[in-house]
Design a protein around this ligand. Structure first.
Ligand code: WQD
Length: 336
């Protein structure tokens, strides 16, 4: 049974990926520093799969802790989620983002190099494209200068991995996520934003639950059908399954290059108002919102061309926006 390290495995996307890994027959070991999640998620995963993943609370910024882990653990692959991910926060704390997101990546890759480990999956983001000229966005779209230190850590991260793959016996895949939303059908794991949510869906569900007074829609003067910005909202379980597909591609040595990257989205764009309307339909709740000015750094539209990912990963999304929003709403109701 292949043993897979999942860093950030108690986080939103990490926990859903651990569930799919265990369901696919992999032996999972999690590293998480619990800075943006709670230890309860470990029991929640166990309740879903019946298998308690091995867990180590490690801060990947501490090199000798990382080395000590690999001294004592045999690993057949790594899925690396652990990173800070708040775009706005990164503008105010850039050094924290570079130290954590880049530092921990370098330490992991050094261990892989020194021990001739292979199969590395990297959590990247469609943020690397900025506002793409052509939509839907293909993997050939040019990488734009990052709009935030967070986005820059994803771009730099991909470069570091690509160069490491070329220099050492390493095979890696970067998955460029669009907008992950929703939660597991069991309603035992989901998105746990700490503090005031920055992302649209948790703010919508918290508003509907009465935790927030109203949703501010950031701009309705974009050049889109209804003036609000368009994104590609992908169910987190579909996204988790893309990681299993990518890992199998590397383990089975079906990759065509030592470093590959794929757009992971639904291929469908939805505007903020469309998301609000869909949410109202699936929840039966009227959402209290107001239109305000644009949020700095936001782009007009981003949605994926999924042709390559569908073909090369033999993977495609199965869940609809309705199902994703319904799962997000059920998860919210369970929180309170
Ligand atoms: C979606 C849309 C907002 C909140 C970011 C990161 C990306 C990834 C996902 C980590 C936009 C609008 C939002 C609100 C609103 N993060 N909005 N009112 O900005 O597309 O992507 O999160 O990997 O890397 O860049 O996601 O959910 O913040 O915004 O109107 O209260 O909803 O303007 O159009 P975004 P988001």
């Amino acid at each position: 049974m292949k043993r897979i390290l999942v860093t950030g495995g108690l986080g939103f996307i990490g926990s859903h990926t651990v569930v799919e890994l265990q369901s696919a027959g992999f032996n999972v070991v999690i590293i998480d520093d619990l800075s943006n999640t709670t230890i309860d998620v470990l029991d929640n995963i166990t309740e879903i799969t019946g298998i308690k993943p091995e867990f180590h609370q490690i801060d990947l910024r501490i090199k000798n802790e990382v080395t000590s882990f690999f001294d004592n653990n045999t690993i057949d692959g790594i899925i690396h989620f652990a990173a800070f991910k708040a775009v706005g926060e990164s503008v105010h704390q850039p050094l924290d983002y570079y130290e954590n997101n880049i530092g921990s990546l370098v330490y992991l890759l050094q261990e892989m190099k020194n021990r001739k480990l292979d199969n590395f999956i990297f959590s990247s983001s469609c943020t690397v494209y900025g506002q793409a000229v052509e939509l839907p966005i293909t993997e050939n779209a040019p990488i734009k200068p990052a709009e935030s230190p967070y986005g820059n850590t994803k771009q730099i991260g991909e470069e570091i991995i690509k160069e490491s793959c070329n220099a050492y016996t390493l095979n890696a895949i970067a998955l460029r996520y669009f907008n992950p939303i929703g939660g597991h059908d069991s309603i035992k794991i989901g998105e746990l934003p700490l503090g005031v949510p920055q992302n649209l869906i948790p703010f919508i569900t918290q508003t509907a639950a009465g935790i927030r007074k109203e949703l501010s829609v950031f701009g309705n003067d974009y050049p889109t059908k209804d003036g609000t910005a368009i994104r590609d909202y992908i169910h987190v379980v579909d996204l988790a399954k893309a990681h299993i597909a990518a890992l199998k591609r590397l383990i089975n040595k079906n990759n065509k290059n030592n470093f590959e990257f794929f757009n992971v989205g639904t291929g469908k764009g939805s505007s903020v108002l469309e998301v609000i309307n869909t949410f109202e339909n699936v929840s039966g709740k009227k959402l209290n919102y107001k239109i305000v000015g644009r949020r700095e750094g936001d782009i007009t539209a981003a949605y994926a061309d999924t042709t390559i990912a569908n073909k090369e990963l033999n993977w495609k999304t199965e869940k609809t926006l309705d199902e994703a929003l319904e799962s997000a709403w059920k998860w919210q109701l369970k929180q309170h």
